[in-house]
Design a protein around this ligand. Structure first.
Ligand code: FMN
Length: 416
């Protein structure tokens, strides 16, 4: 009997040989000025070798003001094209497909680390996890951002990517425009539903116009903001947003959740040692000593709270994905906690989603697609979240001590 997880799926003109995707994981493996490096290519090769049906890159910045962090890749200039082409050629050489995720991080960044004066956002609302106080964008800056997204999408097409994914979730710039808590503007880009939606719509229309009708344009969108303060969006409003963006030319929607200020509903799992790891190996390493010391005090209490509040759960965005699937006709991709063939099959077979996408469990087992096809299994992620905690400074890898021997042997046997 054929495996339903490898039934073909079409997104616009793109034929994909299965329903299990590698989703975006910021790699911290580009050069410091945003070029694709050998390390970056080495990270992606096992996923391509395993013929993962679709690989979505970690976010690539569309312009310098939208750079997430140290060693993020850029798609902001034609000088990046040759490196990006090496990536798509390598992936295609193994028979896999790859989509570029394009992003502007808005206020969720550390301006000092990325070398910009002030972060840009819809409004000057301080971000409480990074403590970044952004500046409200001018109308000229908004217009420039639309152009940056369109130019980045065209660059993705020119570099040979099989499609582009516009990041409209996780509290980054376009998501910040949608959410009343982060968008306090009183001009035509803030206030009403239509006004908050204006910039994402302008971006999607500009991207579509630039890449033509047949090029796959995906988005990643929250199924719920899950903010701990007032002013976040729930599923019904986000479904209406999805419908509008589909009418502007979106071909598929990946459903996720949360902003940084939501805590960790986006990364349900375990949080023991999370902050200490972040200070030693991740973004926290760039902070002044006094802030590191304060953060260090939070390590135990945060773990105790977060372990209870956001425990490991397979398919934790599936109910939201189901609401999108019922409302729009384009393919839905559900991300969040997928790790077992049974869980993935249920998500697809129950009609909750057309495909599942996977971050942490595929970082642990980059050959997962091959294992699923063969009915075998590889290193099994236990959602220790240490890969996330190290994000933004050390290069991405699985560092779960329990998996290292099995993982090394598996990759060695495959020639990596
Ligand atoms: C190390 C790491 C980096 C991530 N970077 C990105 C990113 O660049 N863009 C994005 O949309 N999501 C990013 N995410 C979130 C994932 O795409 C995904 O939404 C989340 O991890 C839940 O999926 P999972 O349970 O399969 O890990 C990242 C997650 C991890 C673990």
């Amino acid at each position: 009997m054929s495996n339903p997880l490898f039934a073909p799926l079409r997104i616009n003109t793109l034929e994909i040989a299965g329903r299990v995707f590698k989703t975006a994981t910021t790699e911290t493996l580009a050069t410091e000025d945003g070029f694709i490096s050998e390390e970056y290519l080495r990270f992606y090769e096992p996923f391509a070798w395993a013929k993962t049906p679709l690989i979505i890159t970690g976010n690539m910045y569309v312009g310098r003001s939208g750079k997430p962090t140290f060693r993020s890749p850029g798609i902001d200039n034609d000088d990046k094209l040759s490196g990006l082409r090496r990536l798509t050629q390598m992936v295609h050489g193994h028979g896999a497909k790859i989509v570029a995720q394009i992003n502007h991080v808005g206020r969720q960044t550390n301006p000092k680390v990325v070398g910009i004066g002030t972060a840009l956002a819809p409004s000057a609302v301080r971000e409480m996890t990074t403590f970044t106080k952004p500046r409200a964008m001018t109308l000229d800056e908004i217009k420039r951002t639309v152009e940056e997204f369109a130019a980045a999408a065209k660059r993705a097409q020119d570099a040979g990517f099989d499609g582009v994914q516009v990041h409209v979730s996780h509290g980054y710039l376009l998501c910040e425009f949608l959410t009343p808590h982060t968008n306090r503007r009183t001009d035509e880009y803030g206030g009403s539903f239509d006004n908050r939606l204006r910039l994402p719509r302008e971006v999607i229309r500009a991207v579509r116009a630039r890449v033509g009708p047949e090029y796959p344009v995906l988005i990643k969108l929250n199924g719920a903001d899950k903010l701990m303060v007032k002013g976040g969006l729930g599923t019904p409003e986000l479904v209406e947003i999805a419908k509008a963006l589909v009418s502007d030319g979106v071909d598929a929607i990946e459903v996720s959740c949360a902003h940084y200020e939501s805590g960790f509903p986006m990364l349900c799992g375990k949080f023991d040692g999370f902050i200490k790891t972040q200070i030693k190996h991740g973004q926290g390493a760039f902070l002044p000593k006094w802030r590191q010391s304060l953060m260090g005090l939070m390590d135990g209490p945060l773990a105790r709270y977060a372990n209870r509040k956001w425990p490991t759960q397979e398919g934790f965005n599936l109910e939201a994905a189901r609401a999108f699937k019922a409302a729009v006709s384009v393919p839905i991709i559900c991300v969040g906690g997928f790790n077992t063939p049974e869980g993935m099959r249920y998500a697809v077979a129950s009609g909750g989603t057309d495909a599942v996408s996977i971050a942490r469990a595929m970082v642990a087992d980059p050959l997962m697609a091959k294992h699923l096809r063969e009915g075998s299994s590889g290193p099994r992620c236990d959602y220790c979240n240490l890969c996330v905690a190290r994000g933004g400074r050390d290069g991405l890898n699985c560092v779960n001590p329990a998996l290292q021997v099995q993982r090394r042997e598996m990759l060695k046997a495959a020639g990596f």
